[in-house]
Design a protein around this ligand. Structure first.
Ligand code: ADP
Ligand code: MG
Length: 453
């Protein structure tokens, strides 16, 4: 039981905020003995016992199920206080009532995870990203021979994901025989956890070790996640030794990612480290024009400059502004003029660029009001579409607008499993591409959320 508990601890540490983990989970200790079908956890005080049972029982059960299947019963008790016969510790079963996790999905079919829109052709090169662009183009030309790994870092919304996927998309065309895989480090972690849960670690390892080109986005996310780092380290080594190309992105330089094991850090620095800067004015204008041309929008120079001057630190926001302006113009059947742009931009430019982050609760309230459901519905497990749909949309928006992880979002939706959230996000993401009605609703909700921060 000690071994099982120490593995469970590693999983829990990945899923919980460090202060919660340190305060409540770490002090627990498995009672010695036992027959392998029961895990008795000892808490240091009655207060801790209460707290653990009310707040963390689900997480603990899930971790144990992930590792040992659902044959193990978990019980809690205060340490040093042997159970009196009349107050036998509450035994909880490990069955969970919630929407069944739709994962693991069929990963056998050639799924690259790439978005076909992120290409070199649609990427605008300027002084800010020239170096990264050149490095990426070279990697796409000579995978595993030019720079390995290629480590791209830079602030949010500057085009890291775009340029990384451009490598994948280019190679998919020029070298169709190669197996390419794009994944965020967060999904890497969730797949690892799932593989533990469904006892499929072997498949997990096989899947990653059989690729020729591995693109891992936002690697900073695995900081402090011990088991994930360990697995990633081995994947990295296996691929590197087999002479496969690895590309990584991060919001910071390898040395600045905190809580990263030194041996992994030094691996990440081994190849070429290239950074991306915020775009200069001319590049911002060029990005707007390219985007407008791609979308068939008529964009006047004065409007392009106005937008590019108003939004300078983030390409994603810049493109978002263009889309908002053109949506506004087409809804009100007006041409995109400076007057119209000023009106539709007023709120955006008036606000400081760094805003209070939106809370999950705020998003839930906005969605509940919009779809006329109760907050309690969003926390419930009701599967009726009138409720489950807004719930999925709220989960999707939480992922878009906050930095919370899938497990964290799940917890704030009445203790749902992270796979439920992952499924919701992917479902909505995929459906909004082909369902204009949904896309419209999401736009409206996003607009409200931006205004409300
Ligand atoms: P990051 O991964 O750095 O947060 P993304 O790659 O997601 O940023 O970029 C955000 C948005 O901006 C995407 O829609 C992307 O296509 C666009 N973008 C960023 N840089 C450029 C560029 N140089 N040329 C064209 N589009 C860009
Ligand atoms: Mg990105």
């Amino acid at each position: 039981m000690d071994a099982l508990w120490s593995q469970a601890l590693a999983l829990l540490q990945e899923q919980l905020a460090p202060q919660l983990y340190d305060a409540w989970i770490k002090p627990l200790r498995p009672a010695p003995g036992g027959d392998g079908s029961r895990l008795l956890l000892l808490a240091p005080s009655t207060f801790a016992l209460d707290r653990v049972q009310s707040r963390f029982r689900n997480d603990i059960e899930q971790a144990v199920v992930a590792l040992a299947g659902d044959g193990v019963k978990i019980a809690f008790q205060v340490d040093g206080n042997p159970a009196r016969p009349e107050s036998a510790p509450a035994t909880v079963t490990t069955s969970r009532e919630e929407e069944p996790p739709p994962l693991p999905r069929d990963r056998d079919k050639q799924e690259t995870g790439l978005d076909p829109r992120y290409t070199f052709e649609s990427f605008v090169v300027g002084g800010c990203n020239q170096f990264v662009h050149a490095a990426a183009a070279r990697v796409a030309e000579l995978p595993a021979k030019a720079y390995n790994p290629l480590f791209i870092h830079g602030g949010v919304g500057l085009g890291k994901t775009h340029i990384m996927q451009a490598i994948g998309n280019r190679l998919q065309q020029t070298r169709p025989e190669l197996k390419i895989l794009y994944i965020s480090s967060e999904k890497f972690m969730l797949q690892l956890i799932n593989s533990l849960r469904f006892q499929r670690v072997f498949d997990f390892k096989e899947n990653f070790r059989s690729v020729d080109i591995l693109l891992v986005d936002d690697i900073q996310f695995i900081a402090g996640k011990k088991a994930t780092q360990e697995e990633f380290f081995h994947t990295f080594n296996a691929l590197f030794e087999a002479n496969k190309q690895i590309v990584l992105t991060s919001d910071s330089f390898p040395n600045e990612i905190e809580h990263l094991e030194e041996r992994l850090r030094s691996r990440l620095r081994m190849g070429l480290v290239a950074d991306m800067q915020p775009p200069e004015l001319e590049t911002r204008v060029a990005i707007l024009k390219k985007k407008a041309a791609m979308e068939g929008l008529d964009l006047q120079d004065d409007v392009a400059f106005f937008l590019a001057e108003a939004i300078h630190s983030n390409v994603r926001d810049l493109i978002g502004a263009l889309i908002r302006v053109s949506a506004y113009a087409s809804l009100t059947r007006q041409p995109v003029t400076m007057g119209l742009v000023r009106t539709s931009m007023r709120e955006m430019t008036r606000q400081p660029e760094r805003q209070e982050p939106l809370s999950i609760e705020r998003i839930q309230e906005t969605v509940a009001t919009f779809y006329r459901v109760q907050m309690a519905d969003l926390h419930s497990t009701t599967r009726a579409r009138a409720i489950s749909r807004p719930r999925q949309i709220a989960m999707f928006l939480c992922k878009q607008f906050t930095a919370h992880s899938y497990p964290e979002i799940g917890r704030q939706f009445g203790g749902k499993d992270h796979t439920t959230v992952l499924y919701a996000v992917e479902k909505i993401e995929e459906e909004k591409m082909r369902n204009p009605q949904l896309a419209q609703e999401l736009d409206t909700l996003s607009g409200q959320l931006r205004k409300n921060t």
